[in-house]
Structure formats: C-alpha cells, structure tokens
Design a protein around this ligand. Sequence first.
Ligand code: ADP
Ligand code: MG
Length: 400
Amino acid sequence: MRTIDSLGPLRSRTVIVRCDLNVPLADGVITDDGRIRASLTTIRELREAGAKIVLISHLGRPKGEPEARFSLKPVAERMSELLDAPVGFVGETVGADASAAVDALGDGDVLLLENLRFNAGETSKDDAEREAFARELAQLGDAFVSDGFGVVHRRQASVYDLAQLLPSAAGRLVAAELDVLQRLTESPERPYTVVLGGSKVSDKLGVISHLIERVDTLLIGGGMLFTFLAAQGYQVASSLLEEDQLDTVRGYLKTAEDRGVRIVLPTDVVVAEAFAADAAHEVVAADAIESSSFGAQGIGLDIGPESARAFAEVIAGSRTVFWNGPMGVFEMEAFANGTRVVAKALTETEGFTVVGGGDSAAAVRALGFSDDQFGHISTGGGASLEFLEGKQLPGLEVLA
Ligand code: ADP
Ligand code: MG
C-alpha cells in the first residue's frame, strides 16, 4: 500500500484528499463529528508539509444533482473549528468557481469542495461517465490522497478512477484502519470472539461465513438471533425472522460444530407487545418466546439480562474481540441494556477490541462511551465488513 511518503515533497503542490465527511445532520446541525475528527491527522500532516489541500467528500445520498440539505458547508465550518484554521468552501465540486478557489490557495491552505454526489458521474455504473468526472477532478490537483475509509469498497469516481489519474497514495486514516483489520485477519490473539447483532442475518452472511472458520466463539444477538433460534426449531412469535435464510443459518450451525467453533445464542430475550419505545415488555426464556403475555404478537427487541451477562463473561476472557451490530433496539432505552452491557464488557476486557459498523459506532457513543475506551472504532461499516469477508476493495486495490 503506497502511503503519503511515496508522493515526495509536497510543498506548494495541490493535493486532492478524498475524505469520508458523511456526518449525520439534524436540521443542518452536525450530531456526530467523529468522521471529521478522524480526517484531521492526514490534513494536519499535509498542512505541515506545505501542501495546498483540496478536500472532497460525499454527504448523504443525493441523486446526482444539487440538493441544499446535503451541502457540505456545515462540515467546512466544523472542520475549521477542529483544525483551528480557516477551511474554505466553494458551492460546486468542479467548474469555474471551484477552479478559481483552488488556484487561490496558498501553501498550507485548506479548501472543501461541495458534495461529490451532486454530480451524476460520481456513482455512475457507466465507466465512461465516471471516468469523465474523475478527469475533471484530476485537473484540480497534482496528487491524490485516498483517506475516506468508509468508501474504499466503492468503485466510484473519487475513490477508484481518480486514484489512477494522479500520483496517488493512502492517507493516514486508511492506513490505520487497515492495520487494525489486518491484525484481525492475519494473526489475532486467541481466544478470538466475534459479537454479531444488528437487524438482519442477510446483511451479514458474507462476514459470518468468513469468520466462522477463523474465530473461537461467535456471540449472536440483535434481530438476527431469531433466525438462529428458528433454525433450531424454536417459535419466535412476531420477532424479526428471515425464513429464506433458515437453511443458510443451519449450515452455519453445522460448520461451527464441525470446526469446534462455539456459537452462543441468548438464553433469554426481552419481548415487547409492539415495536415502540413505551411498549409493555418482559423477559422470557429464548426457547419460550410465544409463552410471553403477548403470545404470538410478542416481538423480541433485546437480549435478556442473563444472556448479556453470559456474553460479557466470554468477552472478559477474550484476547481479541470484534463487535458488529447492536444487541437490541438500542435507540429505545427499554431495549438498550444488552448493547450497553456488551459495550461495557468491551471497555473492561484486556483484549484488543474493535467496533465496526455505522450503527454500532453510533450506539456506543449514544450510550455514553468514548472512542478511547475501545481499541479501535472503525469509521467504515460496510468497508470493514467487506474487508473481513476477504473481498478485494476497489479503492485499496488501486493503491497497491
Ligand atoms: P451496523 O450499522 O452496526 O452494521 P446494523 O445496521 O446491522 O448495524 O443494525 C442496526 C439496527 O439493528 C439498529 O437500528 C437496531 O435498532 C436494529 N436491531 C437490533 N436488534 C433488533 C431486533 N431485535 N429487532 C429489530 N431490530 C433490531
Ligand atoms: Mg447499519
């Protein structure tokens, strides 16, 4: 992997940096600036080297044309505060205004261009359309630094095509994320435990089948646990169940048994009358979900306290833990206990801990934990999962 050092002296050279500044916004206010903070290491280093810095990023999912609510302007303001230096902003990605703003940069100056996805070429599946947009971007700089870890699994103009048009290298964030993921895939210290949750099994099939051959213990919570319970013949009432995945899950249980991998399912579950923050709820045994007061209507929304304790004990005895996917509907306080207990166990174990997944990272922050209590919180959910699945990521391949 080529790093920034491979680009040579950068003083007075214009360096385009692809960041992932896709932060959550509520009424134009940034609610979690984690991704902006994560981008600062590379930007600071380039400033010290005297480069002229042009930042590019996407935000949200606009459909290839400008949409005010997805403007990166608030990000430029927040970044300026965090960097303690001016961050210029221009209201287009490419065009006469963008070029003029880039030409006006002095050594060490920072400019953020408007949302890449206001341009149809950014995410186009048509190679020619994507390349044409990448060419326009390439004209703005002398070198390219790829530091948006959250998008390296995407074959997009600013990630994949642009890297082939300019001297290019991985930024410090991408390099740091890769170090951690390599540690998880190459020689994890054992016992190695993976905690999986989140909403659907079908989102995580790739990662489960890859990890099942490599870990010592798999702890299963979240919405996917019901498909695992059903695969063993239990009734799950109205809980999230993916019938079309039952055979696949039975296959996982078989593989795990053959390989001596322990799959731990919850022994108790929090069942609610409805999917609502104030719904009546009670704890029942995992093999008797239909016996709750809500009968066939009951919905499992969290792992129970006994299971949370059991999961925490396994985590305490692990040397490496990777966690992806909340244990329950943590957005509602009544169903946040499992996620909280697991997060706390991660902060207390002496092992190396990694949290991957957008909602998982948001969950630990929302529940009041801080980033430095974990070994690593990945900025890229999809990218880290695809890496752990053993897939080739286009945005990394081009930097090889
Ligand atoms: P990540 O982004 O970390 O990979 P996912 O996107 O897979 O995680 O899943 C996160 C979502 O899963 C959360 O919004 C949470 O409310 C939901 N979830 C967790 N447990 C359940 C459950 N028992 N039933 C329905 N949804 C659940
Ligand atoms: Mg998610």
